[in-house]
Design a protein around this ligand. Structure first.
Ligand SMILES: [Ca+2]
Ligand SMILES: [Ca+2]
Length: 475
């Protein structure tokens, strides 16, 4: 054969590749093609999609070492995997052949996979070597028990990326025996895993311990990570989680009602860790441990259950090199902060050494009812550092620009307004005044159109302070 080949236009080549790729990947519909999700997975090969119609599926799902996509057509509100009575994880992912994905399910009723004397991953288990992507999953009311239950909601020893997931009401329970270390990771547990969580809510999970002869330390009500793993947490909430042990048990271990890191490298951006609790004998209700880099996080109102012992650090106790920027740590039990090596442009109750830090009341909008937005006049408004707003490495706004600054705050609103940034997870957004209406003669409500109307409109865009400063400077 000669060297002359006919040139193929790029478009045709691309079309041919798409056609060939599609010809390999199959979509298996449940229940149209296969009666159950498990039957759909059994019929699938790597690269296939198992597409599930709305409904409740009373089964446990085992991935059979396959790298496939398990997706619902109607989303998590309409499609449920209920594993009650299955005596294992509701969803068990163990492929090392590529990414396995679960999209759009409520996952409940799981009791974890038994390994030795302990169960792992009540809702979802991701084993070593596996790479899981979970999107729009509601992982609710699962349990991992045994001598030292691990990961009531999710257990990861491989890698897992979770986006828009809710992990709530799960329990990791260590129920006794001489070697029990208590339950770890009520919401999520990981040993040597790599975890990315974006836009996730970890709410009302618990790690409990109730037995053993030696110190029993339930740990990580919301999240427990150890064994040199890594965590990237962006725009996530960890609230109302708890780490508790039976009152009769003495303990020096455990803690971390919200988060417990143990030999973990963690990056937290725009995260909220609030109203988590720990028992008085394991009194670190907020974040405990790990080498961390926090920016624009709010750590508040984390509390000790019962009498608060001396030396409690209720906000955050770091280990290793820990940096905190643009954050608020306020209203926690006892000491707010311990051991961070670099704290800047942050509000820490009582003050803290470092550039740009303040110690005054951040003026949360309604903290008693769980609203940690900033109220008008908060000293945290526009007093953080633009330079410490992280790069948009996971492209939250899907514009292809991953070097720009993170575009959103925890509420999904603009992070940077008019070139300024606030401390904490939520950027203050000025509310439109009631009389801003095109039908009234003058939006400022004085019956005429004048400079007051312009300032009212500018104020409604949350840039009033600086517009005013600029206008004053020009006079
Ligand atoms: Ca601002
Ligand atoms: Ca972007």
């Amino acid at each position: 054969m000669g060297k002359h080949t006919k040139a193929i236009p790029c478009g045709m080549l691309a079309a041919a590749l798409v056609i060939s790729a599609n010809s390999w990947a199959t979509v298996i519909n449940v229940p149209a093609d296969q009666p159950t999700i498990q039957a759909g997975i059994s019929a699938a090969t790597n690269g296939d999609t198992v597409l599930v119609a709305p409904g409740t599926y009373n089964e446990s799902v085992y991935f059979q070492f396959k790298a496939i996509t398990l997706r619902s057509s109607g989303g998590s509100d309409l499609t449920t995997i209920n594993a009650a009575g299955g005596n294992t994880s509701a969803v068990f992912i163990n492929s090392n052949a590529g990414q396995s994905s679960v999209q759009g399910f409520t996952i409940t009723g799981g009791s974890g996979a038994l390994s030795g004397d302990t169960r792992f991953g009540g809702g979802v288990r991701v084993t070593i070597g596996a790479n899981a992507l979970l999107i729009d999953c509601k992982i609710l009311n699962n349990t991992a028990s045994g001598v030292s239950g691990r990961g009531g909601g999710v257990d990861v020893t491989g890698s897992a990326t979770m986006r828009q997931c809710v992990i709530a009401g799960n329990v990791a329970a260590g129920v006794g025996g001489p070697f029990s270390t208590g339950g770890s990771g009520g919401g999520v547990h990981s040993i040597a895993g790599d975890i990315v969580m974006i836009d996730c809510q970890v709410i009302g999970n618990s790690a409990t311990g109730s037995g053993g002869f030696e110190p029993v330390g339930a740990a990580g009500g919301g999240l427990w990570m150890g064994g040199s793993g890594s965590a990237v947490l962006i725009n996530c909430e960890f609230r109302d989680n708890s780490a508790t042990i039976a009152a009769a048990q003495g303990s020096t271990g455990g803690g971390g009602g919200g988060i417990r890191f143990n030999a973990t490298t963690a990056i937290l951006v725009n995260c909220r860790i609030t109203n988590n609790q720990s028992s008085a004998v394991i009194p670190w209700p907020g974040i405990l441990g790990g080498a961390m880099n926090l920016s624009n996080c709010t750590i508040a109102n984390n509390m000790v259950i019962g009498a608060e012992p001396p030396g409690t650090c209720g906000g955050m106790l770091g280990a290793g090199a820990t940096a905190i920027y643009n954050s608020i740590i306020y209203g926690n039990a006892g000491q707010q902060l311990n051991s961070p090596t670099d704290v800047q442009f942050s509000c820490v109750q009582g003050g803290y050494a470092g550039r740009g830090n303040i110690g005054s009341d951040p003026l949360f909008l309604d903290p008693a009812n769980g609203d940690f937005h900033l109220a008008d006049g908060s000293p945290c408004i526009d007093t953080a550092s633009l330079a410490h707003v992280q790069a948009d490495a996971f492209d939250l706004d899907a514009d292809g620009n991953m070097t720009e600054r993170v575009p959103f705050d925890l509420a999904g609103l603009r992070r940077v307004v008019n070139g300024f940034v606030d401390m904490g997870a939520y950027e203050w957004q000025h509310e439109c005044s009631a009389d801003v209406s095109p039908s009234s003669p003058g939006v400022a409500g004085d019956g005429t159109v004048n400079i007051g109307d312009l300032l009212a409109i500018i104020g409604s865009w949350a840039i009033a302070t600086h517009a005013w400063r600029m206008s004053m400077a020009m006079m």
